[in-house]
Design a protein around this ligand. Structure first.
Ligand code: CA
Length: 228
């Protein structure tokens, strides 16, 4: 059963949310302070968090930021103040949605369901294998280690990230620009040459003959592709 964390200091509202969630097949836990909410959220895996903005102690915005440091579950903010709406909208990727009190409980449930199913779709699509085997190559993502013929090859963090990204998306051609953004990020210092250099180093570690690669293929004028 999917469960929702309700962080809400008004007991009546928390109970209303809990009841409607229950009728609709969700379990829920209630936290009445931000601190308690943070503790529950990190100790359990909820499908969604309903977060009241006005809380005693740590407020909803600060709490949302804290939650986002470690969690990527949908956060639905609940606010009693219309003037908070602009602030929530401007809050970037912190909150996924908001609802204004007093709300129609059926609308609340509809939003909860929509966000949970959207999140499920996204995570299923993005789910990557934990261990990749290809010929004599093994990439173990649990420990971030690479083995060739069962012997470990030592990779730097970026070399590993690049190999794992390519190997977990086999048969797709990626441009150097895409790979650079993916592994180093938009703001990083460096350029596409960085990608070329890293590909060369990876090949030296895993290819029998780096100039005739069997794993990472060069698609001239386009980029690279991991062959499966
Ligand atoms: Ca409140």
């Amino acid at each position: 059963m999917q469960s929702v964390l309700i962080i809400e200091d008004e007991k009546d509202i928390a109970a209303l949310e809990r009841d409607y969630l229950e009728i609709n097949g969700f379990k829920s836990d209630i936290a009445t302070t931000g601190e308690e909410g943070l503790k529950l959220a990190t100790a359990n895996s909820y499908s969604l968090i309903l977060l009241d903005l006005m809380l005693p102690g740590i407020d909803g915005f600060a709490l949302c930021e804290k939650l986002r440091e470690t969690l990527d579950v949908p956060i639905l903010m609940v606010t009693a103040r219309k003037e908070d709406i602009d602030k929530i909208r401007g809050f970037g990727r912190g909150a996924d949605d908001y609802i204004v009190k007093p709300f129609n409980p059926n609308e609340l449930i509809a939003r909860v369901k929509a966000h949970i199913s959207r999140y499920d779709r996204l995570t299923k699509r993005d789910k990557k294998p934990n261990e990749i085997h290809m010929k004599n190559l093994t990439v173990d993502h649990g420990s971030r280690r690479v083995f060739l013929d069962n012997k470990e090859k030592i990779f730097t963090a970026k070399e590993y990230d690049l190999l794992y990204f390519l190997a977990s998306n086999p048969n797709i051609v990626f441009t150097k620009e895409h790979l650079f953004e993916q592994i180093w990020g938009y703001d990083a210092i460096g350029d596409n040459t960085t990608v070329t250099v890293h590909i060369r180093k990876i090949r030296e570690k895993i290819e029998e003959n780096p100039s005739l690669p069997q794993f990472i293929e060069t698609i001239w004028g386009v980029g690279y592709r991991f062959q499966k």
